[in-house]
Design a protein around this ligand. Structure first.
Ligand code: UT7
Length: 332
C-alpha cells in the first residue's frame, strides 16, 4: 500500500485591485521605471486600500475561493495555518481571525512567522498533520499586507513589495502524488540584514520609535541578495540531487518572487529553461508569504496530475527552503 501523502487539492488567491505602478512610484521617490525593471523585474504591485482592512481580509477572500472551488464546506476544515509577517495584530494569531471571518468553526489555527519562506514552512507543517493520519482537511495560507510596513519614502524597499494572499487545501492521498520532500533552513544571524527595528518586546512602540521610522522594513539589499541567490539555488539543487531528479523530470519551478535576478540564478543552477519557471513578479512584486501560492493560483490551469514541482524560497530570518511535490489533479 502506498504511504499517505498530503496533496494540494485546490488553490485560492486574492490580490487587491489597486495597482501601484513604477510610473506612480516615480512621482513618490527618486527612482525610475528602467531601474526598477532591470534591477528587480517589478512593473507594478497591488496595494490593499481601505480603512480597517488587514491581512486577514485578503486571506478570507482566498480561503472562500478555495472552499468554493473544492466544494469543501467551511465546517469540515480541521486546521488552518497562516504564514505572515504582517499579522492583523501582534496577537491573537491572524489564522484565528481568518477562521472567524470566513466561518471556519471547527478548526484549530495558528500563525507561522518565517517571512518569505513562511508558506513553505507552513506547507511542511500542514503536510505532516495530514501524513500523521489524524487530520484530513488542512488549509495553508500565505498572506502579507507589506504596504503596512513599508516606508514609501525609502526607494530601496518601496519598489519591491506588494500585497496579496494565497491558500491551498491539503488532503490525504495514497496514489504517490502530493508533498514528497522538503528541505527547510534558518540562520538567525541573518536578522541584522532584514528586520523591523521596533514594535517587538526588545523595543516596544514609543513616539520616538515612530518618529525614527522604526516600524518599517529595514533591509540591506545587497547582502540579502547575495545570501538569497546562494541559499535558494543551493537548497533547490540539493533537493533535486537527493531525490535523483534531473531538469527533464521537473515540470515547474515555483520560486519566491523577490527579484527576477534571484529567480534566474536559481533556475540556471537547476538547469531549467525559462518556460518551466513561474514568474509573476512583474505584476505583483514581492508579496512575501503569498508569492508561492499566488503562482500556483495563476498557473493552476496549466498543472497536470503527476507534474513534478519544486517550490523554493528565501527570506528574512534568514529562512530558506525547497519543497518537492507531485501535482495531484488535472485542470478542472
Ligand atoms: O524577499 C525577501 C528577501 N529580499 C530579497 O531577496 C531582496 C534582495 N535584494 C535585492 O533584490 C536588491 O538588492 C535590491 C533590489 C533591493 C537593490 O538592488 P541592487 O542592485 O542590490 O542595488 P543597490 O542597493 O546595490 O544600489 C545600487 C544603486 C545605488 O546607487 P549608487 O550608490 O550606486 O550611486 C542606490 O542608491 O542604485 C541606487 N538605488 C536606486 N536607484 C533608483 C537604490 N534603489 C534605487 C531605486 N531607484 N529604487
Amino acid at each position: 500500500m502506498q504511504k499517505i501523502t498530503a496533496a494540494i487539492t485546490g488553490v485560492g488567491g486574492y490580490v487587491p485591485e489597486y495597482k501601484l505602478t513604477n510610473q506612480i512610484l516615480e512621482t513618490m521617490v527618486d527612482t525610475n521605471d528602467e531601474w526598477i525593471r532591470s534591477r528587480t523585474g517589478v512593473e507594478e504591485r497591488r496595494i490593499l486600500k481601505g480603512e480597517g482592512l488587514g491581512s486577514s481580509d485578503m486571506a478570507v477572500e482566498a480561503v472562500k475561493e478555495l472552499c468554493q472551488k473544492t466544494g469543501i464546506p467551511m465546517d469540515e476544515i480541521e486546521c488552518l495555518i497562516c504564514a505572515t509577517v504582517t499579522p492583523d495584530m501582534v496577537f491573537p494569531a491572524t489564522a484565528n481571525i481568518i477562521c472567524d471571518k470566513a466561518g471556519i468553526n471547527n478548526a484549530f489555527s495558528f500563525d507561522v512567522g518565517a517571512a518569505c519562506s513562511g508558506f513553505l514552512y507552513a506547507l511542511t507543517l500542514g503536510s505532516s498533520l495530514i501524513e500523521s493520519g489524524r487530520y484530513k482537511k488542512v488549509i495553508v495560507v500565505g498572506v502579507d499586507k507589506m504596504s503596512s510596513i513599508i516606508d514609501y519614502s525609502d526607494r530601496a524597499t518601496c519598489i519591491i513589495f506588494g500585497d496579496g494572499a494565497g491558500a491551498v487545501m491539503l488532503e490525504p492521498q495514497a496514489d504517490g502524488n502530493g508533498v514528497l520532500d522538503s528541505i527547510l533552513k534558518s540562520d538567525g544571524s541573518g536578522r541584522q540584514f532584514l528586520h523591523m527595528k521596533a514594535g517587538g518586546s526588545v523595543k516596544p512602540a514609543t513616539v520616538d520609535t515612530v518618529l525614527a521610522k522604526e516600524h518599517y522594513v529595514y533591509q540591506e539589499g545587497q547582502s540579502v541578495f547575495k545570501f538569497a541567490v546562494k541559499g535558494m539555488a543551493d537548497v533547490s539543487f540539493e533537493l533535486m540531487e537527493r531525490n535523483n531528479l534531473t531538469a527533464d523530470d521537473i515540470a515547474w519551478l515555483v520560486p519566491h518572487q523577490a527579484n527576477l535576478r534571484i529567480i534566474d540564478a536559481t533556475a540556471n543552477r537547476m538547469n531549467l529553461p525559462k518556460e518551466k519557471v513561474m514568474i509573476n513578479i512583474q505584476k505583483f512584486g514581492n508579496t512575501t508569504a503569498a508569492t508561492l501560492p499566488l503562482c500556483l493560483w495563476e498557473w493552476e490551469n496549466q498543472l497536470k496530475k503527476g507534474d513534478n514541482i519544486i517550490l523554493a524560497a528565501f527570506g528574512g530570518g534568514f529562512t530558506w527552503g525547497a519543497t518537492w511535490l507531485k501535482w495531484a489533479y488535472d485542470p478542472k
